[in-house]
Design a protein around this ligand. Structure first.
Ligand code: ADP
Ligand code: ZN
Length: 723
């Protein structure tokens, strides 16, 4: 029986589905993509539910136009969208929009004309025709250009044979599916530790139809990838799909290479730099189920998997999994939610777990699977601090004598050195020596960062860019603008001056030449063609450079200066990861961290190698302050172009905050970035005790205080950034 009404979710900033009339001759099911009228336009939406009753007046309802000839959005995906919207408080339509990121994939699939031999004989036999008949006698379908090329004939001969019916036209998919990975392909022989870890995952996680989470917790270089390759192979054998989430595009190339070496074919990739054509094919392959394995960024969570069997989150602690703009969500947390809703296992892999994940592993919520040693007997690097108070660099220089000496010895042995500084560009601040004017972004409350190679000043928040001026724009003094502080370009300049005889590569995410050049540089580093690697966090993780034995951290204190609740954790993770790049093969590695605060607990934990001590303390601090995971936080940012409107709206909102036990509303206060992209920003911070859901409270509170006059409210549940 056909239902009369349909609730259709539309991929726009709408909280709920809209009701439409179902035409009598249209047979619809939940998940179907449909064309509907919306205002003066026609748009595509998804049938969220069908019903025979409606509270709306039927004569006011509009009619569904048609059903698209596309596979329905799988039920698991619709449920996921409902939950993500409820958790993040984002409009449900915007969450759906992330799942409909490839509109072209809902249209007809592109085909190409191929030709195939029939039983009709040609009217007249010529040498060219005979060559084509011989070629095509294998029964395969080929494109005209392919046939004429292989048979050495002109295109007109192919056309002629087609005209006589000797060759018949058939339409084939424009891109036939590529080779599938072979899950039975043998991998490296696992070490005893690795085999034990793989066995535990198999026995405790991979029973079909169970949701369980495992923390695969192994030191850098322990072979976590080899272990989860085993688990992934097993799920692929069962015919189900596997999703591997990686925090950065930079890591996908390396993953792809290793995966291909092991399984004989590449996984499908998903991230922002994938071409539109490939996106479309991938989206179709996932919803049809032909694509079994996909590696990608957090957005891959919103692909319409037909039969997902396992999720792996590599480097689970990475803050890059958090999306701040639009729908604010944490890729790792939503991956756990996705696995839970689909009753499938999920593996979180890392050498430096997030405090939240480690706490879940310690209290038994997650299985804790450990890999305590590096593979193949490689030793973990020795980490030491360089106390910059006793070992100061020269004036306007950033490398200490101790680090220079260690680098010099390493290079003389023919080994590689990495200098790490998590700051792009040449200098974070440019000021005028005559009048003290500081070059600031016109759209943000932020200094402009000099990029000397580009000869530009850039805003790292909004992308504003201007040519570096010759004279101070305030006092017109010529040549008086001076760089203050180091960015990696400046460190590279210093290193090149000290070690002119060695080759040097600079790696950061704003590299000219994009991803291709980056991959080429990574390959050159691996091949040992580069002696000194200078980079931002882009080089800190995941990479395996066998000949790299010294890592120098230029400013170990940089991340601690932020002072938010995760500053210690983040600094620990980042420095541990970057130190872990050293000594991954035979030669032993060392890491030197330049710091003005060697007694800081983060530095102490790094140099002592006592990780648990650090986490014990972090977890205890969080418990005492009732911070996550011992409570919840939500950030709410009110922004607008006119400051007085923003403050009055925020103050009104504060007055209207309901009282609820276990929830505290802090603010409004000007955000640390009080002016961003041309908008003034005020923040609220909400804290709740575990078990007191913040979402319901926020929903109720904001419902009665709708913004007007161009004011925007951005809600960030479990914020990672407090700027
Ligand atoms: P992790 O992800 O834990 O940092 P990887 O999986 O990258 O470690 O492994 C580190 C290096 O050791 C890689 O080059 C990998 O190929 C190699 N490796 C790990 N396990 C094995 C194994 N069982 N046999 C051979 N090589 C291995
Ligand atoms: Zn800006």
């Amino acid at each position: 029986m056909n239902r009369q009404y349909a609730h259709v979710l539309i991929p726009l900033a709408l909280e709920h589905p809209y009701t439409y009339l179902v035409p009598e001759d249209l047979h619809l099911a939940e998940g179907d993509f449909v064309q509907i009228p919306l205002g003066a336009r026609n748009v595509t939406g998804v049938i969220w539910s069908l019903t025979d009753k409606t509270a709306d007046e039927p004569q006011k309802l509009r009619r569904i136009i048609t059903r698209l000839n596309a596979l329905p959005l799988p039920a698991a995906m619709r449920k996921f969208i409902d939950w993500v919207a409820a958790y993040t408080l984002a409009p449900k339509g915007l969450v759906l929009k992330m799942a409909m990121s490839v509109p072209a994939a809902l249209g007809p699939e592109k085909t190409q004309i191929h030709y195939r031999l029939t039983s009709t004989k040609p009217e007249r036999s010529t040498p060219a025709r005979r060559r084509i008949l011989a070629l095509m006698s294998d029964g395969l379908a080929r494109r005209a250009s392919e046939i004429s090329h292989l048979a050495g004939t002109s295109a007109s001969v192919v056309k002629g044979l087609a005209g006589q019916g000797v060759l018949e036209k058939i339409a084939m998919p424009a891109h036939p599916p590529s080779k599938a990975p072979d899950p039975a392909a043998p991998g490296h022989e696992l070490s005893a530790d690795q085999a034990a870890a793989a066995r535990r995952i198999r026995e405790e996680l991979l029973e079909p139809g169970t949701h369980r989470t495992a923390l695969l917790d192994g030191v850098t270089g322990s072979g976590k990838t080899e272990v989860y390759f085993e688990s992934l192979a097993q799920v692929l054998k069962s015919g189900k799909q596997v999703l591997v989430l990686l925090p950065e595009i930079a890591l996908t190339a390396q993953f792809l290479k290793r995966f291909e070496a092991r399984f004989g074919a590449a996984p499908a990739l998903w991230h922002s730099a994938i071409s539109p054509g490939r996106r479309e094919r991938t989206w179709r392959g996932i919803i049809k189920g032909g694509i079994k394995i996909i590696a990608g960024a957090r957005s891959a969570l919103f692909l319409p998997f037909s039969d997902l069997g396992l999720i792996i989150v590599d480097e689970e602690h990475e803050s890059a999994f958090k999306q701040e703009d639009g729908v604010s969500y944490h890729g790792r947390d939503m991956a756990v939610l996705r696995a839970y809703l689909s009753d499938i296992p999920i593996i979180l892999s890392t050498a430096t777990p997030s405090v939240e994940t480690l706490n879940n592993a310690r209290n038994g919520k997650y299985r804790h699977i450990l890999l305590p040693a590096r593979h193949g007997g490689a030793k973990l690097p020795v980490i030491r601090t360089v106390d910059m108070r006793d070992n100061p660099p020269q004036k306007q220089k950033w490398l200490s004598p101790a680090l220079i000496e260690a680098a010099s010895q390493t290079l003389q042995r023919g080994e590689q050195v990495m200098l790490f500084l998590n700051r792009r560009g040449y200098a974070p601040l440019t000021l005028c020596r005559s009048c003290g004017h500081r070059m600031a972004c016109p759209n943000c409350q932020a200094w402009l960062v000099e990029h000397r190679y580009k000869e530009r000043l850039l805003c790292h928040h909004c992308g504003f860019s201007a040519k570096t001026p010759q004279a101070c724009p305030a006092c017109a003094a010529p040549g008086s603008l001076t760089a203050c502080g180091p960015g990696i370009e400046r460190v590279a300049e210093e290193a090149a001056a000290i070690f002119p005889q060695y080759s040097l590569a600079l790696l950061s995410s704003d590299l000219d030449g994009g991803i291709k050049k980056m991959h080429r540089l990574f390959a050159e580093i691996e091949a040992g063609k580069i002696d000194i690697i200078i980079g931002t966090q882009l080089v800190a993780k995941g990479h395996h450079f066998p000949n790299l034995t010294l890592v120098g951290v230029v400013d170990g204190d940089l991340g601690l200066a932020h002072g938010d609740m995760r500053a210690g954790e983040r600094t620990y993770q980042l420095l541990h990861q970057v130190a872990g790049r050293a000594g991954r093969a035979q030669a032993p590695g060392q890491a030197l961290i330049q710091t003005y605060e060697p007694e800081n607990p983060v530095m102490a934990a790094l140099t002592s190698g006592n990780r648990e001590l650090f986490y014990d303390r972090e977890i205890e601090l969080r418990r005492l302050a009732a911070l996550p995971p011992f409570g919840h936080l939500a950030g709410i940012v009110i922004s607008g172009k006119k400051e007085s409107l923003v403050t009055s709206f925020a103050r009104n909102l504060a007055r209207g905050a309901p009282m609820q036990d276990g929830i505290r509303v802090l603010g409004p206060a000007p955000a640390p970035l009080g002016f961003l992209r041309g908008r003034y920003r005020y923040r609220f911070l909400l804290k709740s005790k575990t078990g007191v859901p913040l979402q319901g409270f926020i929903r109720k509170w904001l419902e009665s205080n709708r913004p007007r006059h161009g004011i925007r409210i951005h809600i960030d549940i479990d914020p990672q950034s407090f700027l």
